[in-house]
Design a protein around this ligand. Structure first.
Ligand SMILES: Nc1nc(=O)c2c([nH]1)NC[C@@H]1CN(c3ccc(C(=O)N[C@@H](CCC(=O)O)C(=O)O)cc3)C=[N+]21
Length: 299
């Protein structure tokens, strides 16, 4: 039927969001007499995590905010991390705290997240923020799903009444994504590994959000023609050239782009939005923590 889907440029959208964050950071600094501050904690030496943490620090500084990086050895005790989180909770220069996940096996992630002051929890992972999202109270929303909704609203305007299928039910993406789409008045289906006839479920959707972690699982013939497809997957797979790898999403881009109306690429889609939204959440945290009024909808 129609031509190739529109490619949703998350990288360009993220750059625009970071520009607005930088403007808001400068205005905050003038009013509060200090920069907004983000603390990132990395436990261990996982190379991919190190790259993400370095990128976060670089972008934080580029936006005119203060970046505090803390590294603990892979064999650190849980008590050491909890003590660090306590220090950051009490530090007035720190507006946002991110503890990079996953944590090593000797640490209980739920316990560590529970130790973060919910008003500094810019990841939106604390149960208080999960509850706020579920009940419609102001709080912090996980960065990846919020970035997905920003891309959807930019492309579609109102999402009201649209059929949305979220594939994946993780606490970090699938569940908060479903909550956000519900708040946008979509009719939401959450599909997962036990869902019967997944292609048939996906075929009903005006909006498909794929967050399962299975490389190129969603095929073009699963899609309703014209659907908007958001690919949250970041999977490293062997490349054609021996010894090399490449990044692919959870959606088979080539076949999906022939049927969809619009689709996010991997890389360059949802990934860059995640970090930009983290900086956005930190600006919001800074204003709330200082008791300064701020129109969050301008970000
Ligand atoms: N507490 C916590 N919060 C997180 O938000 C968090 C975390 N832990 N642990 C790890 C994951 C992963 N994550 C990504 C951020 C940016 C890209 C990103 O920018 N991706 C680029 C490509 C990157 C590449 O080339 O490897 C893209 O998709 O275009 C990807 C993944 C945040 N995470």
């Amino acid at each position: 039927m129609s031509a190739e889907a529109e490619r949703i440029d998350g990288k360009a959208f993220a750059e625009g969001l970071r520009d607005r964050v930088a403007e808001a950071a400068a205005a905050f600094t003038a009013r509060a007499g200090r920069q907004p501050g983000l603390a990132v904690v990395l436990v261990g030496e996982d190379p991919a995590s190190q790259v993400y943490v370095r990128n976060k620090g670089r972008q934080t500084v580029a936006c005119g905010m203060a970046s505090f990086e803390h590294r603990l050895p892979a064999d650190a005790a849980e008590a050491d991390l909890l003590a660090l989180v306590e220090t950051l909770n009490g530090d007035p220069a720190v507006d946002g705290i991110l503890v990079q996940l996953p944590l090593p096996p000797q640490m209980d992630e739920a316990k560590v997240i529970a130790a973060i002051n919910p008003d500094k929890d810019v990841d939106g992972f604390h149960v208080v923020n999960v509850g706020r999202l579920a009940t419609g109270l102001p709080g912090f929303v996980p960065c990846t799903p919020l970035g997905c909704v920003m891309l959807l609203r930019d492309r579609l305007g109102s999402l009201s009444g649209l059929d949305a299928v979220v594939i994946g039910r993780s606490n970090i993406v699938g569940k908060p994504m479903a909550q956000l789409l519900l708040a946008e008045s979509c009719t939401v289906t959450v599909a997962h590994s036990r869902t019967r006839d997944l292609p048939e479920v996906v075929r009903r959707a005006d909006i498909v959000v794929a967050a399962v972690g299975r490389p190129e699982m969603v095929k073009g013939d699963w899609l309703k023609p014209g659907a908007t497809v958001i690919d949250v997957g970041i999977n490293r797979v062997p490349a054609a050239e021996a010894g090399k790898t490449r990044l692919v999403g959870d959606v088979d881009y080539a076949s999906a782009a022939a049927v969809a109306g619009a689709i996010t690429p991997v890389p360059g889609g949802v990934g860059p939005m995640t970090i930009a939204v983290l900086l956005r959440n930190t600006i919001v945290a800074a204003h709330r923590n200082e008791g300064l009024d701020f129109d969050e909808s301008t970000l």
